[in-house]
Structures are given as structure tokens and as C-alpha cells.
Design a protein around this ligand. Structure first.
Ligand code: ZN
Length: 231
């Protein structure tokens, strides 16, 4: 499951993340954890935010992280938005690390609508969470300072593509120097990973965005028009 993320919401107003929309169905099939797992995640999330005696409270409730009203009131709403817990390695992750646990469903949640809150949660592994924290750092370039998601919006570059490049150690200026597709060096491991993701049913666009490849290039890899010798 490494590298996959499952997202409860749809696209969000703050411009955080393009999302992997596929994956829920397949992971439900393969893991099929019970509803009670998600219920426990929900309970612990509320406790971190609302219970001052909770060990984790200082990092959550204590610094203003809260659970939006729709989710707070109803574990069913939380489960319905987030889907099942994909695996024991996954925990609930706030996409914007300074944001709250918000459903972002403005038609159903007065709280999120009033605060114009985005869908800010996804299931992620510890590796992804560590990467997100890195990506939430502020970057100063061209005399301005913004977080990664804001840079991606200002520079009209896909957030996942930008995240991927920064995570591989490139500066912001380097990361935006090449358009998607031209930038990535390819190797056998990447070819295998693209094909594996495709076989597992991950959406074409999310695979493409992950590596910043063009549609043609991605299709050629998957259909073995190129790199046919890689097995
Ligand atoms: Zn909400």
C-alpha cells in the first residue's frame, strides 16, 4: 500500500492536493476491516482534540485542532465520508497539518460551510504523513514565502507533482523548471511501479501525476510500448 492515499472528500477550495479517488473499493476488498476499527479512529480523534487529559491533547486540541461539527456529532458521517480503515498501517491524516479534522461537505455541514473549511482528511501511512509534514514547511523563493500547496496554486503546477519533486530533494526553482513529463528521469523501478499501480486499479491520472508523466508516456509504459524489456 505504500504510496497510496485514500481520500474522503472531493476537490477543495484551498487548493490542497489533487486526490487519488480510486483505491477505496480495492482496499475494502482486500482488507475489509470492520466498522468498529473506524469507530475507534473516530473516538481517538475526538479525544485528542477535546480531552485535556489525553496525552496527545497538547499537539491537537491544545493548539486549536478540532473536529468539525458534522463528524463530531456522528461517527456514521465520519465513516461514510472516509470509508473503511484501509489497513493497520494507515492512520487519519490532516492534509493541511495546521488545519482541523474537517469534512468539507458544505451542503451537509454548517460548521465547515461557515468556516469555508476544505475536506482535510485522508488515510495515510506514516511515511506519507512524514512527507506531508515536510511539505507543509514554508518555502521562500522569488522573494515570497508560502506553503507548498500555495506555491502549487500560484505556479499552476499540480500539487502532487510539486510534492514529488520536493520530496526528491529539488529546490522550488528546480522543481518548476521543467514541465510535467519532461522532468522525471525514469528507471526500471519506476516502470515497474507504474505498471503495478495500474494493475492494482489505481486511477490513470493519479499515477500520471505521481510521476509527472504525460498521458502518452504513461500509456506507453503501461501498455509496454516502451520499456518492454522491463519485467
Ligand atoms: Zn464538516
Amino acid at each position: 500500500m505504500r504510496g497510496d492515499s485514500l481520500v474522503g472528500g472531493v476537490s477543495v477550495s484551498c487548493g490542497c492536493h489533487s486526490r487519488y479517488k480510486k483505491g477505496c473499493e480495492s482496499s475494502q476488498k482486500t482488507h475489509g476491516e470492520s466498522k468498529s476499527e473506524v469507530y475507534m479512529v473516530w473516538k481517538r480523534m475526538k479525544s485528542r482534540c477535546n480531552t485535556p487529559t489525553d496525552k496527545k491533547y497538547p499537539d491537537y486540541g491544545g493548539r486549536g485542532i478540532r473536529v468539525c461539527a458534522r463528524w463530531s456529532d456522528s461517527p456514521e458521517a465520519f465513516i461514510s465520508d472516509m470509508g473503511r480503515h484501509p489497513s493497520a498501517e494507515h492512520s487519519i491524516d490532516r492534509i493541511n497539518n495546521d488545519g482541523s479534522y474537517t469534512c468539507g461537505k458544505h451542503d451537509l455541514c454548517d460548521d465547515c460551510r461557515e468556516k469555508n473549511a476544505p475536506a482535510n482528511c485522508r488515510w495515510a501511512t506514516d511515511i506519507q504523513q512524514a512527507q506531508n509534514k515536510r511539505n507543509n514547511r514554508l518555502i521562500t523563493e522569488f522573494g515570497e514565502t508560502h506553503c507548498v500547496t500555495e506555491w502549487s496554486r500560484r505556479l499552476s503546477i499540480d500539487t502532487q507533482v510539486l510534492f514529488g519533486r520536493l520530496n526528491r530533494g529539488y529546490s522550488l526553482a528546480e522543481a518548476i523548471a521543467e514541465p510535467p513529463g519532461k522532468w522525471n528521469r525514469i528507471n526500471d523501478d519506476i516502470v515497474r511501479d507504474v505498471r503495478r499501480r495500474s494493475e492494482l486499479g489505481q486511477s490513470f491520472d493519479s499515477i500520471r501525476m505521481l510521476y509527472g508523466f504525460s498521458e502518452r508516456h504513461t500509456l506507453d509504459i503501461i501498455e509496454r510500448v516502451r520499456y518492454a524489456d522491463v519485467v
